[in-house]
Design a protein around this ligand. Structure first.
Ligand code: FE2
Length: 222
């Protein structure tokens, strides 16, 4: 996978996780909920996988694109970078609200759900923009650029997630989908079968899961 395909693959992991998270956020934040560990991993997914890994890779891609001297990329990159900063800010607020919710602070569960909602809405629109942008500008970079980015992405992944960390979050996402009753085989296609058709089926499955979703009741999961 080249740089654009890797980012696209990560987008395909991020989107359904956020959609499922929105439906379960309030319940997960309840003190004593058995889904506590799943929720803690979800906070980690936003902070580590997205803020520290995915968005840092994109920052490096943006720098590389700006270095190519095409003025038409400046405005969209400025906008995307600002949105990435805003997403990271919401993720930090969410982390803080999550801690307060776990301590049983009044109103914190609602704040957690609200943060998830705000984060997911912005991220969905943001990824749509990025996907369009990447399709238009992917020819700006030459083979050397792409090889350099591959090495940079590998290094970022190694430093933030560690060896096997990417696969860890993918496996966790499958478990998370399973906990919400979604069909994980359909929701998270591998990188080789992630065309538009697959994505449509995948979105339908997430919608279906979201409507029927509820994490297992307290005590129902060991
Ligand atoms: Fe992205």
């Amino acid at each position: 996978m080249n740089a654009f395909e890797r980012l696209d693959y990560e987008h395909q992991l991020i989107l359904p996780v956020l959609r499922l998270a929105r439906t379960c956020a309030q319940r997960m934040a309840q003190p004593g909920a058995v889904a506590d560990l799943m929720g803690q991993e979800l906070i980690g997914f936003l902070g580590k996988f997205i803020s520290q890994c995915h968005q840092v890779k994109e920052f490096n891609l943006f720098i590389r694109l700006l270095q190519k001297g095409r003025s038409y990329v400046i405005a969209p990159i400025t906008n995307l970078h600002a949105e990435n900063s805003e997403l990271a800010r919401i993720a930090e607020s969410l982390d803080s609200a999550w801690g307060r919710a776990r301590q049983g602070q009044a109103g914190a569960c609602e704040l957690v759900a609200g943060c998830f909602e705000a984060y997911a809405v912005l991220m969905e629109a943001h990824i749509l923009k990025e996907d369009r942008f990447y399709r238009v500008i992917d020819t700006i970079l030459d083979t050397i650029d792409l090889l350099d980015l591959k090495a940079t992405f590998d290094q970022i992944e190694q430093e933030t997630l560690g060896l096997g960390g990417h696969e860890h979050y993918r496996q966790w996402a499958l478990q998370f989908a399973g906990a919400t009753g979604a069909d994980e085989r359909v929701i998270f296609p591998g990188p080789s079968n992630s065309g538009p058709g697959e994505q449509a089926v995948w979105s339908l499955a997430v919608d279906h899961a979201a409507k029927a979703s509820a994490l297992p009741a307290p005590g129902a999961v060991s």
